[in-house]
Ligand binder design. Structure first.
Ligand SMILES: [Zn+2]
Ligand SMILES: [Zn+2]
Length: 348
């Protein structure tokens, strides 16, 4: 409870005297923008006197602590997933005069299983910031479809609403993604087309609205931001709220329809669209299994002291990584995504 000798003097929230007692309810909490905030008192008497006015802010501070920590945890889980189940084939890297990184691809989702799963070695020479940006680029749909159950489980207790939304984003800040070059010219020039981007919009119990973007590393911003600031930083114009909630249903329905068609026609070759859709279904189910096996990281752990939180988070991430590894081994043994798609087509 007492401050250390080297810490700057705190002043009491009631009487402004030097303070050494802090409110345990909102200890190590954060304000709306995620900066640390604490409430200090000179005495038990001042703390008691302050409680009737402080209690709402006290709770809000702890909801935000929960949420900002959850955002960080979920993004780390997402990077682990993206690294393990890598599904892009970069052909080359370039930097422009502003040191922005350009990744050229043969095209996403080529369906060539042998090229999947492994984060390319050349990416390991990038800085951590760029590496995370690369892991996040073009992964918005996977971040929403695969993680929406885990997101809701981890946020439980701190928010009143979680929506999956789709927006127009400005030009990527760190990595620019492009398909193919034709005669040295890009097929689509960066900036020609608005990037459609997917994220969660969360209404916290502090009544503020926040952006939770698991793929935010590509913009060089943190995973959690107040929504208006996020909008200023990334979003060009709003496209549609809640669109992704429907998209999840669509992908499942779409997958089922095509799978039924394949079954009725005794069609053996599973088409590329179906492979893409069924991979999203695989991701969603797989993250669900990893979550069930790995136990939870809930409000209690996310609101605990910094040291306790650090420990439980590390343990959770280790279990999560081990779960992904187990799933990947299993998937490879069963014929990769092609095998999984074929099995789904048979079952449906
Ligand atoms: Zn006081
Ligand atoms: Zn408090």
């Amino acid at each position: 409870m007492a401050s250390s000798n080297s810490a700057p003097l705190k002043s009491c929230a009631i009487c402004n005297k030097d303070a050494s007692l802090r409110c345990a309810g909102c200890a190590e909490g954060v304000d709306i923008s995620g900066s640390p905030t604490m409430t200090w008192y000179c005495s038990k008497a001042c703390q008691t006197a302050h409680w009737s006015t402080h209690k709402i802010e006290c709770k809000d501070t702890s909801y935000r602590k929960h949420f900002y920590r959850a955002g960080d945890l979920l993004q780390q889980c997402f990077h682990l997933f993206s690294r393990k189940f890598w599904n892009h084939t970069w052909s080359s890297w370039e930097r422009d005069e502003n040191n922005r990184l350009y990744g050229w691809m043969h095209g996403p989702d080529t369906g060539e299983d042998e090229k999947l799963y492994d984060f390319p070695e050349e990416c390991d020479t990038l800085s951590d910031r760029e590496k995370h940006a690369v892991l996040a680029t073009q992964k918005g749909p996977a971040a929403l479809l695969a993680f929406h159950q885990l997101v809701k489980a981890v946020l439980k207790g701190s928010c009143t609403n979680v929506e999956e939304i789709m927006v127009d984003a400005k030009q990527h800040a760190v990595v620019v993604w492009n398909t193919k070059k034709v005669d040295g010219e890009p097929l689509e020039k960066p900036g020609d087309v608005p990037e459609t981007h997917q994220l969660y919009r969360v209404t916290l119990k502090d009544s503020n609205v926040y952006a939770l973007d698991l793929t935010s590393a590509q913009f060089g911003i943190p995973p959690v931001m107040p929504f208006d600031r996020y909008q200023a930083a990334v979003v060009h114009r709003f496209v549609s709220g809640r669109a992704f909630g429907r998209c999840i249903t669509y992908i499942q329905d779409g997958c089922q329809t095509r799978a039924m068609f394949a079954l009725v026609c005794h069609k053996e070759i599973v088409d590329e669209d179906f492979r893409f859709d069924s991979r999203m279904m695989y991701y969603e189910e797989m993250i669900g299994r990893v979550r069930k096996r790995g136990g939870t990281m809930g409000a209690r752990e996310l609101k605990s002291s910094n040291a306790e939180h650090q420990r439980t988070q590390e343990e959770f991430l280790q279990r999560f990584a081990a779960g992904l590894e187990m799933e990947l081994t299993e998937l490879k043994a069963q014929g990769g995504f092609a095998g999984d798609a074929a099995r789904r087509a048979k079952v449906m």
